[in-house]
Design a protein around this ligand. Structure first.
Ligand code: NAP
Length: 477
């Protein structure tokens, strides 16, 4: 039985009164272990530790911080199998996908370790001869990072790495469904020998209480959040009371458009990867598949054959490429979307049922003859259900693709260069995958427009979100 602790000021500690909460394996429904249940007081202690550590950490040279980040990367690589295993056990994704996420998660330490050394300022010509104007970049201060369960290691490192590179210190609050992922991640990162207080962990079943301390504690200067749009809006409104900086990576509703001239095999492989990775529980997964009318039958036949070949099961079993959903609510959501679509005239091409056994499984499903008025076309399913629709013209499909409040990821497949530029420039999304279903990498700016959030993670932009600009005006005597 696993047991997780809090990590505050470089020490592993229990929550007050030894309080803990259970965490389950979603593939079996069985108890995996207990995580420490931190509350307001532990959060305050973690913020205090981060504030104390900030003074020294922010004054290290960029090279010194870069070396620490590289040590974090090496520690994750040394322990990659251990990290992947806890991810499959607690989150459910197939082991190979978990291994991929560990690589992705670690890559942020390498990338931001390199970027740490390129936080440049500038000098500006003054309007009088005896003045000099300098602009420098400084860390914003203590950062609170709040992360979801669907990428239980990738989301924390995508925030921790740039924060540390910039010179900030961090308090991480992971989701209650995957606290042991964060615990094991911190155990591994401890091998990098970071100074106490630079990185702190509060696992909790009481996110509201921990959130309140984060929101009201003046030492926290920035909140970086990944999760649902509703929670993101709440945190943004409350953070305004102290004018805390915010970065918000929120929900998405990605269109996946296949033009008749596309390489069909590539497009179907793309939609498979986008829709069924993590059993559809990703913010960037294809939520609406639009296929140009002349290729509808061929596309659906190929798509159906590939979906039928998927093997659903416990992610630790070899050959499994579709794991469970995170919990019963997630299964119920997929069921609800399929029921609503069928009631409004959609047909089930394949799948359409939950698996009646232990664990939270829903079959990979394709719906056809889907129309824009169905619930699945405007709400995130966060499950393995692919709704397919047809379109006739480029402008029609762009308008339908943009007609949601979200704007995170979008995808389209075509071999026509002129159409490629036309469509890419008109999709109102932060990320466009052009003949590419897996665009997320550490060196590119990831993030959304509209109600999908503010700020970017990864790339050069990912570091800017943790920096303040200071202007020094100097008179030379
Ligand atoms: P969620 O309910 O908003 O939870 C996300 C995190 O916020 C969890 O750690 C949760 O803690 C915490 N939280 C909830 N209420 C809080 C409060 N009042 N104060 C402080 N923290 C609070 O989202 P979810 O349903 O777990 O995650 C899925 C969503 O994340 C989807 O909408 C998905 O699209 C989005 N997502 C976005 C991205 C992106 O990069 N844009 C990436 C991945 C996922 P507890 O779980 O412990 O309550």
């Amino acid at each position: 039985m696993m047991k997780g602790s809090l990590y505050i000021d470089g020490k592993w500690t229990d929550a007050a009164g030894g309080r803990s909460f259970p965490t389950l394996n979603p593939a079996t429904g069985q108890l995996l272990g207990y995580a420490a249940d931190g509350g307001k007081e532990e959060t305050r202690l973690a913020i205090d530790a981060a504030q104390r550590a900030f003074h020294k950490w922010s004054r290290l040279s960029a090279l010194e911080r870069a070396d620490y980040l590289m040590a974090c990367y090496d520690a994750m690589m040394r322990n990659s199998e251990k990290l992947a295993e806890i991810m499959t056990l607690e989150q459910g994704k197939p082991l190979q996908e978990a291994r991929n996420e560990v690589q992705y998660a670690a890559s942020f330490f390498r990338w931001f370790g390199e970027e740490a050394r390129r936080v440049y300022g500038e000098t500006i010509p003054a309007s009088v001869a005896e003045k000099r104007i300098m602009v420098i970049q400084q860390p914003v201060g203590v950062v609170a990072a709040i992360t979801p369960w669907n990428f239980p290691q990738g989301m924390p490192t995508r925030k921790i790495a740039p924060a540390l590179a910039a010179g900030c210190t961090v308090v991480l609050k992971p989701a209650k469904q995957t606290p042991l992922n964060a615990t094991v991640l911190f155990e591994v990162l401890e091998e990098a020998g970071l100074p106490p207080g630079v990185m702190n962990l509060i696992t909790t079943s009481r996110s509201g209480e921990v959130g309140e301390e984060i929101l009201t504690n003046e030492k926290v200067r920035k909140i970086t959040f990944t999760g649902s749009t509703d929670t993101g809006k709440y945190l943004t409104k409350e953070a305004a009371n102290q004018m805390k900086r915010v970065s918000m990576e929120l929900g998405g509703h990605a269109p996946f458009i296949v033009f008749a001239d596309a390489n069909l095999e590539e497009a179907v492989n793309g939609v498979m990867a986008s829709k069924f990775r993590n059993a559809g529980q990703t913010c960037v997964c294809a939520n609406r598949v639009y296929v140009e009318r002349p290729i509808k039958e061929r596309f659906e036949a190929l798509f159906k054959a590939k979906v039928e070949a998927l093997r659903m099961g416990d992610g630790l079993d070899s050959g499994v490429n579709l794991g469970p959903l995170i919990d019963e609510n997630a299964v119920a959501k997929s069921e609800e979307h399929v029921r609503d679509a069928v009631a409004k005239g959609a047909k089930i091409l394949v799948g359409g049922n939950r698996r009646a056994s232990a664990g939270h499984f829903y079959e990979p499903t394709i719906l056809t003859d889907v129309t824009d008025d169905m619930q699945i076309c405007s709400e995130e399913t966060f499950g393995p259900v692919a709704p397919v629709m047809v379109f006739d013209t480029v402008d029609e499909v762009i308008e339908r693709a943009n007609n949601v409040p979200y704007g995170l990821a979008s995808y389209f497949y075509t071999n026509d260069i002129n159409r490629a530029v036309y469509v890419a420039e008109r999709l109102e999304y932060g990320i466009v995958g052009l003949n590419d279903a897996l665009p997320a990498v550490a060196q590119a700016p990831f993030g959304g427009v509209k109600e999908s959030g503010v700020g970017r993670e990864g790339g050069r932009e990912g570091l800017k979100d943790f920096l303040e600009t200071k202007y020094i005006s100097m008179k030379v005597l």
